[in-house]
Design a protein around this ligand. Structure first.
Ligand code: NIG
Ligand code: FE
Length: 408
């Protein structure tokens, strides 16, 4: 497939650069008036129109349009049962997200529904969401368990993710989040639930190869840093690297614990202190920010500027889930990053593409327009400039989705 007359080819990567940190995050190389050649499922070549190869068939004319590398959404809970608009109403009437969680709502509310939902139903619901985000331009996605909270139902969720991996053209990675909330059956026995994760769930998950990563919700309403460490240690015995939910509401040592265990990413970071920024500077752990969560629950936004100005890399992801972010729309996340966190459009786009790929260890194959990478890209509607994308926060500017080199 040859795409010609591309107004701007965005996220061009000539030197196969990997993570973008600090000041480099502003650097989003582009080619104006470009062509892009896709062979089989890979990006074969690209350049300026003056050098465009001759070809008679399989040509797309992209006059006035731009091409972006697909979004890499490195944090979602896309497998869930039903919705939670009752809690949405409760928050409008004054309850906070944490208060709802303490009353047994929140994650436990979703767990109750998921446990009684058959696997095929869950798959169908997740598939509909995956199709939606595909049309929003996402080509790589991470999906977590964490609404089962029993052996049977956590495995059910992970098997749904495995099925999605098999049938979807998106590149999917799967994360085991058994430690998302303490299930009611273990209310008086925290350690009992942690032991169930370590001794019953982890061996079965490893045996069936059901997870790529392990996650813990490290927060006052969920698990402590010591419990998080215990679970990360257990995961490492099965080569499951951590990606940890932390610092959503409180600074309580989650970042330090995660870095100590070689976490690939720490996610949320609505609150971060200076000492934690220092810890991140001495690590390879990605700071993954999820601004549509504070948008939806009306909380404050992560200090993206402070992180980037400290020289750190930042990734952006949706956190698509039924409680704090019922949206999988990456372009809205990019808009929020610009509007609410003062990231430049170029920084936000790098955070949502190459750095998202790094947060899933997929930067060698996804996240930029580089020769030899998988051809996961989207063609936009006609656009005046790159900034037009985050500026048009209510529009879907993705016109054509190409995954594995095929129009999808
Ligand atoms: O990342 N904070 C923990 N987990 C999810 C929300 C889960 C839920 O409310 O269902 C999050 O925001
Ligand atoms: Fe999350």
């Amino acid at each position: 497939m040859l795409i010609k007359n591309i107004k701007t080819l965005v996220g061009v990567d000539e030197d196969f650069c990997q993570v973008k940190k600090g000041a480099e995050m502003k650097n989003l190389p582009t080619i104006n008036n470009a062509w892009l050649l896709i062979e089989k499922n890979k990006i074969a070549d690209f350049g300026k129109m003056e050098t465009c190869p001759e070809r008679n068939d399989d040509i797309i004319d992209a006059s006035g349009k731009m091409i972006f590398p697909s979004w890499c959404d490195s944090h979602t809970h896309l497998v869930f049962a039903g919705s939670r608009e009752g809690e949405f109403r409760d928050r409008i009437e004054g309850l906070s997200y944490e208060e709802i969680a303490r009353r047994g709502g929140g994650i436990l509310n979703s767990a109750k529904r998921l446990r009684v939902t058959p696997e095929e139903d869950l798959l169908e619901q997740a598939w509909t969401r995956l199709e939606e985000v595909k049309n929003f331009g996402t080509g790589v996605i991470e999906i977590k368990s964490g609404y089962g909270l029993t052996v049977e139902s956590e495995l059910k969720m992970l098997r749904v993710i495995r099925k999605l991996k098999a049938i979807s053209p998106l590149k999917i990675k799967s994360t085991f989040l058994g430690a998302h909330a303490l299930p009611p059956e273990f209310k008086e026995n925290r350690n009992g639930y942690i032991q169930l994760i370590i001794n019953e769930l982890l061996p079965q998950i490893a045996d069936e190869g059901l997870a790529d990563y392990i996650d813990v919700f490290c927060e006052k309403v969920a698990f402590s840093p010591a419990e998080t460490e215990q679970i990360m240690e257990a995961g490492s015995k099965y080569n499951l690297k951590p990606k940890i939910h932390t610092n959503q509401f409180n600074c309580m040592g989650g970042i330090e614990a995660s870095v100590k265990h070689g976490a690939i990413s720490v996610d949320h970071l609505e609150v971060v202190n200076d000492a934690e920024i220092e810890v991140l500077k001495n690590s390879n752990t990605m700071a993954t920010l999820l601004p549509s969560a504070p948008f939806f629950i009306n909380d404050h936004y992560p200090p993206a500027r402070k992180l980037i100005d400290a020289g750190l890399p930042v990734a952006l992801a949706t956190d698509f889930n039924p409680g704090s972010t019922p949206s999988g729309r990456m372009s809205f996340v990019v808009s929020l990053a610009c509007i609410k966190m003062k990231m430049l459009p170029e920084e936000a786009i790098n955070a949502a593409t190459i750095n998202g790929a790094v947060a899933l260890e997929l930067q060698n194959d996804f996240g930029s327009i580089a020769r030899g990478k998988v051809a996961n890209v989207f063609i936009t509607k006609p656009m005046s400039s790159i900034a037009f994308l985050p500026y048009s926060f209510g529009s879907n500017l993705v016109e054509t989705v190409i995954l594995n080199g095929e129009i999808s």
